[in-house]
Design a protein around this ligand. Structure first.
Ligand code: SF4
Ligand code: F3S
Ligand code: FES
Length: 232
């Protein structure tokens, strides 16, 4: 099939504003948008800048706006997105060049929620055991690959870049509901901040955008409830 790929280009070192550039390529219906972008870069226009790594929906590095919706380019097939495709960088983070954004503000929010295991008890001889039921409390949030599709589709984040954002809350959820972790009080305090969970207005864009099909809004709701219960 013939596909027209319309890409938003922007090099802040040269361009005064972003602009659109169209490329016409041959593709199989089962080719991924990432295949198309790499083909353009390798054979038509080497100046195109994209970021990708695993090409299998695991590393989270090729999140972009495809036909106006946040997706991973490596998980989007041309047969699903059509023969005229628009591709833009994810919104709300500074563009470094073309489809590559600066992930540092996103990572700063991630680090803010203490996304690591906190437990100062002496290490046991074997692993710290946990029941299946206890694991199920946070199993959903372990699927996150930190792609930023959720946070950069959230209008609350667009309106206020200090909002921690859904991805950081999902990462906090992974530890808050882990029965082996002792950092819950610290994390709930951080998430109670005016720029924490209460900035979420239950808009659901995050849930729609998540390529791992995490129920992001529900996860955020569980964290909100936990904060309320902790204050009773
Ligand atoms: Fe990506 Fe989903 Fe994690 Fe958000 S919750 S960063 S959309 S994997
Ligand atoms: Fe934003 Fe998702 Fe809440 S889109 S407002 S974080 S439900
Ligand atoms: Fe790794 Fe797409 S390249 S998730």
């Amino acid at each position: 099939m013939k596909v027209t790929v319309k890409i938003q280009r922007f090099n802040p070192e040269q361009d005064s504003a972003p602009y659109w550039k169209e490329y016409s390529i041959d593709a199989e219906p089962t080719d991924r948008v990432l295949d198309g972008l790499l083909h353009i870069k390798n054979t038509i226009d080497g100046t195109l800048t994209i970021r990708s790594s695993c090409a299998h929906g695991i590393c989270g590095s090729d999140a972009m706006r495809i036909n106006g919706v946040n997706r991973l380019a490596c998980k989007s097939l041309f047969k699903d997105v059509g023969t005229t495709v628009t591709v833009e960088p994810i919104a709300g983070l500074p563009v470094i060049k073309d489809l590559v954004v600066d992930m540092e503000p996103f990572m700063e929010h991630y680090r803010a929620v203490l996304p690591f295991f906190i437990n100062d008890d002496p290490a046991p001889q074997t692993e710290r055991l946990q029941s299946h039921e206890d694991h199920q409390r946070f199993d959903e949030s372990t699927k996150c690959i930190l792609c930023a599709c959720c946070t950069t589709s959230c209008p609350s984040f667009w309106a206020n870049e200090d909002y921690l954002g859904p991805a950081a809350i999902v990462q906090a959820h992974r530890f808050i509901f882990d029965s082996r972790d002792h950092g819950t009080a610290q994390r709930l305090e951080i998430l109670s901040d005016p720029d924490g969970v209460w900035r979420c207005r239950t808009i659901f864009n995050c849930t729609d955008a998540c390529p791992r099909e995490i129920k992001v809004t529900q996860v955020i709701g569980e964290v909100k409830k936990e904060i309320l219960y902790s204050k009773l």
